[in-house]
Design a protein around this ligand. Structure first.
Ligand SMILES: [Zn+2]
Length: 94
């Protein structure tokens, strides 16, 4: 069984709710967090994985877009990132 993954473009703690078990989980620095049910909703760093991502509700509204414009939040974040000179090797721009 392959897991679907979403990479977030946000440095805030990521919060998601697993619809399988109704549990809310929040990303934690340096470790992965799992809801614990059979859907295996897991946040590891800035990557959300689950057996079925359609059962995962993003409580932050920032998701990776394959094309199209950046959302306001992403632009804001990029500007903050530029100011702070934050370097993130796993940052993906498409
Ligand atoms: Zn769950």
């Amino acid at each position: 069984m392959s897991e679907a993954k979403v990479r977030m473009l946000k440095m805030e703690p990521i919060k998601v709710r697993c619809k399988s078990c109704s549990k809310e989980i929040k990303s934690a620095a340096g470790k992965s967090v799992c809801c614990g049910c059979e859907n295996m909703t897991t946040i590891k760093g800035d990557v959300i994985s689950a057996v079925d991502l359609s059962k995962v509700i993003m409580l932050n509204t920032y998701t990776t877009k394959k094309d199209g414009g950046l959302s306001t939040e992403q632009i804001e974040w990029q500007e903050q990132r530029r100011k702070r000179k934050v370097r993130r090797l796993d940052f993906e721009v498409r």
